[in-house]
Design a protein around this ligand. Sequence first.
Ligand SMILES: [Zn+2]
Ligand SMILES: [Zn+2]
Length: 255
Amino acid sequence: MRVRVLGSSPVRPNPGGACTGYLVQEGSQSLLVDCGTGVLGQLLQHLSLPQLDAVFISHAHPDHCLDLVNIRQSLAYVPSERRRHPLPVLASSATIATLRELGAVFSGTDGAFWDGYCAFHAVSPEQSEQLGPLTLDFAWTRHYLPCLALRARADNRCLVFGADGGPDDDLEHFATAADLLILESTLLHGQALAEGPERGHISGAEAARVAERAGVRRLLLTHYFAEWGPQVLAEARAAGSVTVDLARQGDLHEC
Ligand SMILES: [Zn+2]
Ligand SMILES: [Zn+2]
């Protein structure tokens, strides 16, 4: 499995960066995992939209979904980006409802903004999905909106993307023995402690502890403010012995 970092910025793009986006490829299958602000421009450096098999949207915060609007615009207006079939978009039913509302804002009176371009498919923790060789599972996170983490498995390899979420013991279970775990690190650890346990984000140190308890092989920290990146990474490295690095835009990871 190949995992390309398209964007690892948090709630807004870091200078010169994009918000959350990962291109997951196995064989000829290509799955875009989240499509935040700036992700489409990064994606198009690696692949054209007709080559994209599906998109997964973890939740409806703008830093995870807003560039899906620009994907739709590309499909409608850029001849070289047109597809023969609508692009499958996997998300929870709550996220789909918000995306439909967003589409209605842009579509004027006919309300058909997404029709023919993006085909929404509701997913949930109750059911796995198959995308070519990729088996996909989902788990709710503790966030401010309904948010799904993603697990992708193929050929005995396992990738887990934690999306956005606060402290949650269930995440360790979901990520058990993953080859690559991508976890948010929005907060410095002092901030996390000050906010208490009821919050929708974690620190790099907390991410490292989750990764260690889950027995994952490698941790990538995402959703971090660029100016805090070195400190987030240092805190994570000090918190455990798991192999950890920052997700840097453009990097390719084998999983
Ligand atoms: Zn976010
Ligand atoms: Zn969020």
